[in-house]
Design a protein around this ligand. Structure first.
Ligand code: R2B
Ligand code: URA
Length: 305
């Protein structure tokens, strides 16, 4: 792994932009933080785990949950605050070595966040952080309320890489995730858990409706048969769920040399329908499943340290 200079220290981030290393002040605009305006090493230097998920509310709830799980106590009189409140974009909470950050919906949103989180790790001189996406997905042949760990991510054409237009040319970055981390997470699931756990390929799409072959979007120019032919075809290729961020997450973590994992709970089985019909209270409970698994991992790592 290429180590690049970071003041007197070194960072474990690979391919870090040389321009960033030369900037005396770097504004992390969407986080409402900056290397000139904040002492990022003092604020974030102890971070080991960065947990991302779609909504501010879920990530605030995760911050409270992980606080209990790792027995972390806030200083007397202190409250958990949204560090990125003034960005009005993402929300970020810090619980000792754990950051809990919302990433919004879709690849562009999680991509912007990842650029700034990776730079934040660099400015804070964090070594070897582990990044997680805790999300929701549609299962392909897997009923609602189960966990899927992404082995690798593919796009809507089943390409195993992220294609991004950079300076008028397509750059391809592989959607690879850390196989060891995925296996370690999977091994933390027990038969007593209310979920089954699966690992396989995840299809990451740029749309929830037509992009995922639903029949219930505002438009639909294909038949039910076409939909099922497609779902069966991708399932035969090892794709077991669909969501909208894993490919960007995997590609940027891999590019940066950061250990990353994607753990999603299924909200429905797409072989049985398209609408998310589960009760809200049921969905809320299901959304805690990825959190419970990741909390086990974090606790185990902290205890072993
Ligand atoms: C899962 O759920 C969201 C769409 O409802 C999207 O962010 C995703 O990946
Ligand atoms: N998120 C998705 O992207 N698709 C689903 O079917 C459910 C959640």
């Amino acid at each position: 792994m290429e180590l690049v200079s970071c003041g007197d220290e070194e960072t474990t981030i690979t391919r870090l932009n040389p321009h960033v290393r030369e900037m005396t002040s770097d504004i992390l605009y969407h986080l409402a933080l900056g290397s000139g305006s904040h002492d990022l090493h003092a604020m974030f230097g102890d971070v080991k785990f960065v947990c991302m998920g779609g909504t501010p509310r879920r990530m605030e709830q995760f911050a409270h949950f992980i606080m209990k799980e790792i027995g972390y106590q806030l200083p007397t009189g202190a409250q958990l605050l949204d560090i990125s409140l003034h960005s009005y974009r993402y929300s970020m909470f810090k619980v000792g070595p754990v950051l809990s950050v919302s990433h919004g919906m879709g690849m562009p949103s999680v991509g912007i966040l990842l650029h700034e989180m990776i730079k934040l790790m660099y400015h804070a001189r964090v070594k070897n952080p582990t990044f997680f996406r805790l999300g929701t997905c549609g299962g392909i042949g897997i009923d609602g309320g189960n966990l899927v760990i992404t082995e690798s991510a593919v796009d809507g054409l089943m390409n195993p890489y992220l294609e991004q237009a950079i300076l008028g040319e397509i750059q391809k970055r592989p959607g690879l995730l850390d196989p060891e981390l995925a296996a370690e997470l999977k091994a933390l699931s027990t038969p007593e858990d209310p979920w089954q756990i699966y690992s396989g390929k995840t299809m990451c799409t740029t749309d929830f409706y037509e992009g995922q072959g639903r029949l219930d979007g505002a438009f639909c120019d294909y038949t039910e048969e076409d939909k099922f032919d497609f779902l069966r075809k991708i399932h035969a290729e090892g794709i077991i769920n669909m969501e909208m961020e894993s490919l960007m997450f995997a590609a940027l973590c891999h590019h940066a040399g950061i250990r990353g994992a994607v753990i999603c709970v299924t909200l429905l089985n797409r072989m049985k329908g398209d609408q998310v019909t589960a009760e809200k209270s049921q969905q809320m409970e299901w959304q805690e499943y990825p959190q419970r698994l990741v909390a086990r991992y974090i606790r185990q790592q902290l205890e072993a340290a």
